[in-house]
Design a protein around this ligand. Structure first.
Ligand SMILES: [Zn+2]
Length: 94
């Protein structure tokens, strides 16, 4: 389970999450060096933009309601990134 996916009001389609790998985002064609960096990407503006675009397309093709982001997004990305960083740090300790 990807931590940032819980920011959406319903489960994200597998077609989307399959593109979001631990250190590489196929959706945005971005590679990361660490899980902290990856978490920052997945809650950041660039990914949000690509994910929203993908979900709009996906919803049109599947006839389903697109999942909506509950918090974070362009305005709250700084806070979300901090939260992800904190979560990643606590994971390392365990
Ligand atoms: Zn991305």
């Amino acid at each position: 389970m990807l931590p940032w996916t819980s920011d959406y009001d319903r489960p994200l389609p597998a077609a989307l999450t399959a593109k979001c790998r631990p250190l590489h985002c196929d959706l945005c064609s971005v590679s990361m060096n660490s899980s902290v960096q990856a978490d920052m990407h997945y809650v950041g503006k660039t990914h949000d933009k690509h994910a929203r675009h993908f979900l709009t397309q996906w919803a049109r093709e599947s006839g389903c309601e697109p999942p909506r982001r509950l918090r974070g997004g362009a305005e709250g990305s700084e806070t979300a990134a901090k939260r992800a960083k904190k979560a990643a740090a606590s994971e390392v300790r365990e």
